[in-house]
Design a protein. Sequence first.
Length: 165
Amino acid sequence: MTTKRAPGTDEELLDAVGPAFGRLRRSSLLDVEDPISQKDLSRTLVLRIVQDAAHEGGREVTVGAVAEHLGVDPSVGSRMVSDCISAGYLVRAASQQDGRRTVLLLSPGGEELMDRFRRHQRAAFEQITADWSAHDRLEFARLLVQYVESQDALRHHAQARRTVR
């Protein structure tokens, strides 16, 4: 395995972040125990939205909300949701807030897939960072979680601004 030279200056380091994220997104998770198919990996994008909403005070998720969150056309979002339903990972239910609306819920199979995916991600993280110090591994994990939380906060703020207009 060849190792690339780390950027030398702060500016070089900050400029390297974008390309690093690009490479990260293109790479698949390592072949670790209990592998997840590529199809199920893509399904976890939809399932994560529904799962996160349930953990955020039971916010209801519709097909339109999935499409908006993923930044795809509503018809694409609908096909993605239908695929998850056909695979047995999601179920449709009547909204408790407005019985005319249909919302999405994780099925027991969807919960199991997300548990397996979490274990798979952790195993991949541990394999990738196996030669890191415990301090570096935990600090990177902390900063990565902080980064994602900041990104979510910005997205929610932008959505709130669009709603007000």
